[in-house]
Write a protein that binds this ligand. Structure first.
Ligand code: SF4
Ligand code: SF4
Length: 207
């Protein structure tokens, strides 16, 4: 029996990443190689299934997408050649655009602060990063304080910013943003249909 489903989420993921989630046949090789698969609410193959099913709450609201380190092990293991890491990236972008970033995903906050810090200083300014992170997550105020003091005493943290090539960093991030925009525009041209048929799961999968 063929199941027809709403492909809205898969289309959106396809626009941003250029990847077709419907190529996934649930062999689970991505999940078995993923270093953080055991720490989230879902694992990569389940995220792929959620995208196929158009289950926004499961995929975009998942804690797992913020645990993903972008190591690309899943991408290299996928027998279907799907860039799963790019799909995780895209889901994070959708979460941001839709204001659906989970409040219990501190990594989400840090990622944005990292990006802003690189643009502002041309390199990472740890003290500012730490201060802004704590300011936006007051409940975490006491976390890491002892370690921070130890690192400071050992000279591992510089209290003053050291400047990198800020103009070059801005050029790099501008180019990266433009590439992302162009990628979205190109993939719009090879859009998926409104509905899709779910491919059958791989018998038994690979564990
Ligand atoms: S490895 Fe590829 S085909 Fe297999 S479950 Fe993961 S995404 Fe799907
Ligand atoms: S890129 Fe993310 S999902 Fe893929 S293996 Fe690495 S941590 Fe897991």
């Amino acid at each position: 029996m063929t199941t027809t489903i709403d492909a809205t989420l898969a289309r959106r993921v396809n626009r941003g990443s250029g990847e077709n989630a419907y190529k996934c046949y649930q062999c689970k090789k991505c999940s078995t190689g993923c270093p953080v698969a055991g720490f989230g609410d879902l694992h990569p193959a389940q995220i792929m299934r959620a995208v196929q099913l158009g289950a926004v709450e499961a995929a975009v609201d998942s804690r797992f997408i913020w645990l993903c380190t972008g190591c690309e092990t899943c991408t290299t293991r996928c027998p279907q050649g799907i860039d799963i890491a790019a799909i995780m990236d895209e889901l994070r972008m959708i979460a941001r655009e839709e204001h659906r970033v989970r409040s219990d995903a501190p990594f989400a906050n840090i990622l944005k602060l990292n990006y802003d810090s690189f643009r502002r200083w041309g390199r990472l300014y740890e003290v500012e990063l730490l201060a802004l992170d704590k300011a936006t997550r007051l409940s975490s105020l006491t976390d890491d304080v002892v370690m921070g003091i130890r690192m400071f005493l050992k000279g591992k943290i510089n209290p003053l910013p050291t400047f990198g090539d800020r103009a070059q960093m801005k050029r790099m991030t501008d180019v990266a943003d433009r590439i992302n925009r162009d990628k979205r525009a190109v993939s719009r041209a090879m859009d998926l249909p409104d509905t899709a048929s779910l491919p059958p799961a791989s018998p038994g999968g690979v564990r």
